[in-house]
Design a protein around this ligand. Structure first.
Ligand code: ACM
Ligand code: ZN
Length: 693
């Protein structure tokens, strides 16, 4: 009897287990059907197709396209076998553009119970169809895969879908680069912008100038921060403790070819005229004359500079078939040029009025050189200061106004603004994260990016070439850390680049990204732990309906025009600042600091006054020396309630958001807070939401 009951319980438990499994299988089969970036049209059926082990595929591509495709598909984890003749499990069909009415890179995909058919008008379209197949396939034991029944019609929104990687601040191996290229292919990105040169090290072998890599590809510091703070010196590869590396020309060819087979163009960037400290260390003759120590800018006044740059670019063009070559062009200082006899002589000869024109002169000469060699130029948006050839393209990294300017001028424009596309920013609550350059760019913010705004003239929207995620690596010393910063943010960027806004949906994407992160982990990528994301400051997530909300603020000391946030309503709009002072919620103060009065319109009981301040030493944001709360009923005579003196040292480097408050009981119409800048620290004071309760 006793045994029987246990048996019965066992069978009930078993039944329960089966039902639970069935439900979880149903649940997972629904949510398992996703493709990132989301296709423009995807209709799911009820059934599925089982791709048996060693299933076959056919394709009617020809020549190199066919060789590349067959090799790629045959070597994929789905272990498919190419079938030259007869019916295959998967057919990839190239169709003529006239009949198919499909855009370049578009594809159609149909998975039925009987098989899989893909068609496209280009090899890249078939390649993307295959990427969707790979994402839809789920292992189902014994080397088989299950795919849901589905019909997809898909085409990219933008033709340029890129990721950038800075390999100067930290060097990453050829294998690492290839691994990232695999991920770009998975998410249908098609440009890899390779930032090969910068002050922290020259990373590409140039046969004519072996001293570049010999003298500056290594440094006696393992990471950028210690190098930056430790004298910014270089060493040779065989020096004790040497850290760094470079890509030989053979490595470069291998990577370019690897990317080509994955429909990715590698765009090399050779920085000029700035960010070139390493070149000037190896070849000091390219620096300006004058009394200043060499900086990071080439001397645009010397012919030698052009000889060097064009010689380097000749070798670069041999290695990179890309139509476009990126020449940097960002953040050049004119300090050295002002004092250099050669620069001044050139200005005089060319009738230039100010040193900025030297940058334009250099960019223009390089643009002409590239054009004469059958190539086109891309530069960061600083190149907009000069005349540009109509074939040149611009990578916009600053604000929307630069994007609008570039588009208005009819230039091909790649949008990569810092606020949405800089993957070196913190992706979660800064204190929970490894040190980053600053900012706060969670997945949701990347995903929310809409590249086309009203500032862009409607008749020039064709000039918006696409979008790009940038991976600057000052604070990214290891390959694992780089992947942590890239994934899953790159997935959101891929969807911004590929998917039309109507097909975007944050909730859906977030659920998919949670699953896809696990897939990426199983593939060996070290992603950010999206599952345990902390998110924005809790107080920043909802409106705070406190007594001062919507009440008028009088500024006894003015706020800074550089950081007005919402202007006069910023401190009492009920919206608290988040993790970054650039989120247009925090108000900035210079000079003596902040002194504001809020008129509550009538005298009323008050139990609490509070206000937040921020410290972030890097960019010069400090807590106030002290904060005082005062009240008044007539707006003339103020009674001091409390003064709080800051104890956090100004040397503390971590982001700190500190609340200063008074609690008690009083009645007042006017409440006032005075926050004095710490004279020892200087810098900015950032504050938000003067809360009255
Ligand atoms: C840049 O971030 N300096 C292009
Ligand atoms: Zn000069």
């Amino acid at each position: 009897m006793h045994i029987k009951i246990i048996d019965k319980m066992k069978s009930l438990l078993f039944l329960y287990f089966c039902v639970a499994m069935a439900f979880s299988a149903m649940a997972s089969s629904v949510s398992d059907t996703y493709v990132i970036p989301n296709p423009q049209q995807m209709v799911c059926g009820d059934g599925h197709f089982v791709l048996r082990a060693q299933a076959s595929f056919s394709c009617n591509l020809t020549g190199t396209d066919k060789d590349d495709f067959v090799s790629y598909v045959s070597n994929s984890p789905l272990s498919l076998t190419y079938k030259k003749k007869g019916k295959a499990d998967i057919t990839f069909k190239l169709v003529s553009p006239e009949n198919a009415k499909m855009k370049e890179e578009a594809y159609r995909l149909k998975v039925t119970k009987k098989g899989i058919q893909a068609e496209a008008t280009s090899a890249s379209g078939l390649f993307y169809a295959f990427q969707s197949i790979v994402q839809l396939a789920r292992e189902s034991g014994n080397g088989t895969y299950r795919l849901p029944e589905v019909t997809i019609e898909d085409a990219p929104r933008f033709s340029y879908r890129g990721m950038h990687l800075d390999v100067s601040r930290h060097f990453y191996t050829k294998e690492f680069v290839k691994k990232q290229i695999d991920a770009l292919a998975r998410y249908k990105l098609n440009r890899f912008h390779w930032h090969l040169t910068d002050g922290a090290g020259w990373r590409i072998e140039i046969k004519k100038y072996p001293e570049l890599t010999r003298e500056t590809a290594y440094r006696p510091f393992p990471d950028w921060k210690s190098w930056w703070n430790g004298g910014r010196t270089y060493c040779r590869q065989d020096a004790l403790g040497a850290s760094g590396g470079y890509y030989t020309q053979e490595d470069v060819k291998e990577i370019v070819e690897y990317a080509r087979q994955r429909h990715i163009t590698v765009i090399p960037e050779i920085e000029m005229p700035a960010h070139s400290e390493e070149v000037l260390a190896a070849l000091p003759q390219l620096a300006c004359g004058g009394d200043l120590k060499p900086g990071g800018e080439f001397c645009p006044g010397k012919e030698l500079t052009y000889e060097f740059l064009t010689n380097v670019l000749k070798e670069v063009m041999e290695l990179f078939p890309s139509e476009y070559i990126h020449i940097g062009g960002d953040e050049a200082s004119t300090n050295h040029w002002k004092q250099c006899p050669d620069c001044q002589a050139l200005m005089k000869a060319e009738g230039m009025k100010e040193e900025g024109e030297l940058q334009e002169y250099l960019v223009s000469r390089i643009e002409k050189f590239l054009k004469e060699n059958g190539r086109k130029m891309i530069g960061w948006d600083e190149i907009l200061t000069g005349e540009l050839d109509e074939t040149s393209a611009v990578t916009v990294w600053r604000g929307e106004d630069k994007g609008a300017e570039s588009v208005k001028r009819g230039l091909r424009t790649i949008l990569s603004p810092g606020a949405y596309c800089y993957f070196d920013s913190y992706q979660d609550a800064p204190r929970t994260q490894p040190e980053a350059i600053g900012g706060y760019l969670p997945l949701e913010k990347v995903y929310s990016y809409e590249p086309i705004t009203e500032a862009f003239p409607a008749d020039k929207l064709d000039c918006v070439w696409g979008v790009q995620g940038n991976v600057w690596t000052e604070y990214i010393p290891t390959p694992e850390h780089a992947e942590y910063m890239i994934y899953p943010r790159l997935l959101a960027l891929a969807e911004v680049a590929w998917t039309n806004p109507e097909q975007k949906d944050w909730k859906r994407f977030h659920a998919e990204a949670l699953q896809e992160v696990k897939v990426l982990n199983s593939m060996g990528y070290h992603t950010f732990d999206l599952q345990n994301e902390v998110g924005n400051r809790p107080v920043a997530l909802s409106v705070d309906n406190h007594l001062a909300k919507g009440k008028k603020v009088e500024y006894v000391r003015p706020y800074s025009d550089s950081y007005p946030a919402g202007g006069e309503s910023a401190l009492t709009n009920g919206i608290h600042g988040g993790w970054v002072y650039t989120d247009q919620r925090w108000q900035g103060f210079l000079g003596k600091g902040a002194d504001v009065i809020v008129d509550l319109e009538k005298s009323q009981p008050i139990q609490q006054l509070s206000i937040d301040f921020m410290q972030l030493r890097g960019p010069g944001v400090f807590l106030p020396q002290k904060v005082s709360f005062l009240i008044s009923n007539d707006g003339k005579e103020y009674t001091l309630l409390k003064t709080i003196t800051t104890t956090l040292p100004i040397t503390d480097e971590q982001l700190t958001i500190q609340t200063y408050d008074w609690t008690g009981s009083c009645e007042a119409r006017y409440v006032r807070v005075q926050a004095d800048i710490n004279p020892e620290a200087g810098g900015f004071l950032f504050t938000d939401e003067f809360v009255v309760k």
